[in-house]
Design a protein around this ligand. Structure first.
Ligand code: RIB
Length: 282
């Protein structure tokens, strides 16, 4: 039997509780769970494979009725699939893990988002567009990168590896990468694959006396609430983290209540939010 004893609890695994993107996501899940009279066990993994595995085991021991999992490491492994299958527990992947088609999940269309962000800069006549990616092992970053290269090739701009830097989705990583891009390369624009790294770009620009948007255009990704505080406000991609959480929770409860395992993958439409950090290059 799939579930023997209901506990009215679900597990929610996220990679980085300090990134303001994830609390939004958590709220979306929690609101739906709370309405359904469920309690959420929240686990933070720091993207550590060991923590992901351990939490999976603990949640099983606690007999949670389902798990929402925001990878990245474990969802890419065969072991994850096997473990979850053995547990016979409903799972929905969220935000990270889109390459794993064995489970239902909720994601933004990351490739399209990367494309829209880059195309916006190209349309503003930028040609030297530095790129700060997420960690190499996170598929949503690779998808965003596909979008970046697709837009460049559409505008016949050659891909320049020397202005592509692997970041880490943290502010400090954005700061370090921007320092390199701004000191050693003459980029006129930077596309950072999340807003936290874009914040780091702002910090580097301030230190180097580079004006955004007059000397440098910046595009981020996530549309965090804190963008409102930046001067100028950041042009970015809207991800609707709260809504993604709501949808994932609704999908999970559907599996729990109807005892039907679904592998449906939902891809949300990305939206480019144009603010003051991007300007025509002249
Ligand atoms: O800011 C964190 C990033 O990692 C987001 O863009 C989100 O998609 C997550 O995977």
């Amino acid at each position: 039997s799939m579930i023997t004893k209901k506990t009215n609890t679900i597990g929610l695994v996220i990679p980085d509780i300090r990134n303001p993107f994830f609390p939004e996501l958590v709220r979306g899940v929690e609101d739906v769970a709370n309405n359904a009279q469920y309690t959420v066990f929240l686990c933070n993994t720091d993207s550590s494979h060991r923590k992901e595995t351990d939490y999976l085991t603990i949640m099983k021991e606690k007999n949670v009725d389902g798990i929402i999992f925001s990878g990245p490491q474990e969802t890419q492994s065969k072991e994850f699939y096997q473990t979850v299958q053995e547990y016979e527990i409903p799972v929905v992947l969220l935000d990270r893990g889109q390459e794993n088609r064995d489970f239902g999940g909720v994601y933004i269309d990351n490739e399209k988002a990367g494309y829209l962000a880059t195309k916006h800069l190209l349309e503003l006549s930028h040609r030297k567009i530095g790129c700060i990616t997420g960690p190499a092992n996170i598929p949503n970053s690779n998808e965003r990168f596909k979008g970046y290269t697709k837009a460049l090739s559409e505008f016949q701009v050659p891909i320049d590896d020397s202005i592509i830097i692997t970041g880490n989705y943290l502010m400090e990583g954005g700061y370090q990468a921007a320092k390199t891009l701004l000191k050693e390369k003459d980029v006129t624009a930077i596309f950072a694959f999340n807003d936290l790294m874009a914040f780091g770009v702002y910090q580097a620009a301030v230190e180097l006396g580079i004006n955004i948007p007059n000397d440098l255009s910046v595009v981020g990704f996530d549309n965090l609430t804190y963008n409102q505080l930046l001067i100028p406000k950041l042009t970015t991609i809207e991800q609707s983290a709260y809504k993604m959480g709501e949808i994932a929770a609704t999908m999970l409860f559907d599996q729990i209540n109807n005892k039907n395992i679904s592998k449906e993958q939902v891809f949300m439409e990305p939206k480019l939010i144009i603010n003051g950090s991007t300007k025509e290059f002249s």
